[in-house]
Design a protein around this ligand. Sequence first.
Ligand SMILES: [Zn+2]
Length: 277
Amino acid sequence: MNIQLIDTGYFYADGGAMFGAIPKAAWQRRYPCDESNRCVLAMRSVLITGCHGGRIVLIDTGAGSGQMKRLNHYGFFNLRNLTGELSARGVPAEEVTDVILTHLHFDHCGYATQRDETSGRLSPAFPNAIHWISRRQWENCFHPSPLERDSYFARDINALEKTNAVRLIDADTTLCPGIDLCLYDGHTPGQIAPYIHTPLRTIVFAGDVIPLAACTSLEWISAYDTHPLISYTEKVRMLETAATCRQALIYCHDARLSCSTVRKVRDYYKTDRIITL
Ligand SMILES: [Zn+2]
């Protein structure tokens, strides 16, 4: 399998919101912010080619460009059109067989749909792909709690369902030999963390379970997480296996470090070797 990281752009998030109860004096030593307290976050997708049965798999699709007016306050910049990035890598959008949407917050699924300029109609940007989403996340998107209401554009997501392009999963699932989809709670219900098994090591797309390398510290939990105590135990579950089995984690929002192994030092987890994909 060939694994490529694709950065689809950057945005600003408030540092206090990103690190929850952690004091600024602590987090700013490990993640920089500007004078307005804003941290630059990446939006990282993964393209996997050479999969079993010739499948071409995409993980997450960034914020897209369709909702930029409503998301103006996030100060998006260097946005890259995902389908353009894929064709530059020799993969036309029509050839993508599977799109894994870790969850449906706007910064993870924007380029999954596209709007026809003349008719205004929305359609899947990857017309022949199965879109893997957890059932609990799907239902949460259409019936969100007040805390998550502003994180979803349910009408955009609805365009996927109309074309029968959605595969809802209820439990951990194997997408194909070499790619497992595991469910994690805390940040949002039923977030998918894809596990990619290569001969060298397993690579985990940690999504918003561990969005930044600094969040390998267990208490560093974003204020956006709806159930922080569950986030804590879910992080332990992900990190313990990653440290024991020498897995590498992809940090989808970290603008400075995209992938590393982790090690356990007493009760703490720390980033270890930087992995270049
Ligand atoms: Zn999220």
